[in-house]
Design a protein around this ligand. Structure first.
Ligand SMILES: Cc1ncc(COP(=O)(O)O)c(C=O)c1O
Length: 203
C-alpha cells in the first residue's frame, strides 16, 4: 500500500469529514514515527493527546498479546475483570469518586452535560424549573455529537447542524466575572458588551 493509492481509496470510500496531512505512517517506536518511505518524525501530537503512550512499548505489547489470547471485549451487560481496577487507578489519579467509561471525547462531554442537568434537577427536587443553561467557552471544541456541537464556541462547527441543544451561553476564557454575570441571562449581554468596550478601550 502506498500514499497515492490510500488517498484515492479514502476519497472514494470515506465521508470527507477530515482533511488529512499527506503522510502515511507505517510504524512507530517510543516518541518516533516512520512514514512509508522510511522518513522519521518526532511525534509531538500523540494522536492529539489521545493514547499518549508512545509506540511499541514492551509492557503494552505484552499486555495486549496476553489479553487478546484470553478475552478482549464483552458487553457491559456483564462484569469484566479489569473495569473496577482501571476505575480505581483513574479515581486515584483524578481525586474523583467514580469513573464513567465511554468510547470518545465527545461522549465524555455528553456525559458531563447530562450529569450537570441531572444534578440540577435533583437539587431542585425533580422539579421542572431546574437550572438547565450551560456556560461554554468561546473558541472551544468539544466534539461532533449534538450536545458537544451546541457547546462548541466556533460558529463554523455549529451552524451547519442547527438547531442544536438550546440554552448555551458563550464567554471568553478565564474571565470569571463575566462567567458569573452570564449565568444571569438578562444581564449577561449587557455585562459582556460593557466588558468588551472596556477591553477595546484599554487596548
Ligand atoms: C478538545 C477536544 N475535545 C473533544 C474532542 C472530541 O473527542 P472525540 O473525537 O474522541 O469524540 C476533541 C477531538 O478532537 C478535542 O480536540
Amino acid at each position: 500500500m502506498n500514499l497515492p493509492t490510500l488517498i484515492r481509496s479514502e476519497a472514494r470510500l470515506l465521508l470527507p469529514t477530515y482533511e488529512r496531512q499527506p503522510v502515511f505512517f507505517t510504524r512507530g517506536r517510543g516518541v518516533y514515527l516512520w512514514d512509508a518511505k522510511g522518513k522519521r518524525y518526532l511525534d509531538f501530537l500523540s494522536g492529539i493527546g489521545v493514547n499518549a503512550l508512545g509506540y511499541r512499548h514492551p509492557a503494552i505489547q505484552a499486555t495486549l498479546k496476553r489479553q487478546a489470547a484470553r478475552l478482549i471485549h464483552v458487553s457491559n451487560l456483564f462484569f469484566h475483570e479489569f473495569q473496577a481496577e482501571l476505575a480505581q487507578r483513574l479515581t486515584r489519579i483524578s481525586g474523583l469518586d467514580r469513573a464513567f467509561f465511554c468510547n470518545s471525547g465527545t461522549e465524555a462531554w455528553e456525559g458531563a452535560l447530562k450529569l450537570a442537568r441531572a444534578l440540577a434537577r435533583a437539587e431542585n427536587n425533580n422539579g421542572h424549573k431546574a437550572k438547565w443553561r450551560i456556560l461554554a467557552l468561546e473558541n472551544s471544541f468539544h466534539g461532533r455529537t449534538f450536545g458537544s456541537l451546541a457547546t462548541t464556541g466556533q460558529a463554523k462547527y455549529r451552524h451547519p447542524f442547527a438547531p442544536l441543544v438550546p440554552g448555551v451561553d458563550f464567554v471568553a476564557f478565564n474571565i470569571w466575572t463575566i462567567c458569573s454575570a452570564t449565568l444571569i441571562p438578562a444581564s449577561a449581554r449587557f455585562a459582556w458588551r460593557l466588558f468588551r468596550a472596556k477591553v477595546a478601550f484599554a487596548q
